[in-house]
Design a protein around this ligand. Structure first.
Ligand code: ZN
Length: 81
């Protein structure tokens, strides 16, 4: 999160829908980056056919937004789009 006037940045555990204010200036903080939880999978795509591909190493399903296969851990070939 960043304070617009000072450019000061802080990292905090934010909850969706809440507004966070800078302690010193009272300004609303801008969200400049988000970290997504890792567990249970590094993908944030729902586990549906549209979002899945087949790993070229182990032939197991993996979400399309992943670079590394969650089953065998190997780097998957680039998707042809
Ligand atoms: Zn694999």
């Amino acid at each position: 999160m960043r304070t617009p006037s000072t450019g000061r940045e802080i990292i905090l555990q934010a909850e969706p829908g809440r507004t966070y204010l800078d302690r010193e200036t009272g300004e609303e903080l801008e969200v400049v980056a988000q970290l997504l939880p890792l567990a249970p999978t590094p993908s944030d795509l729902p586990w549906t056919v549209d979002n899945l591909r087949i790993c070229n190493w182990c032939n197991q399903f993996a979400q399309k937004d992943l670079n590394d296969c969650p089953t065998c851990g190997r780097r998957m070939a680039p998707l042809d789009r």
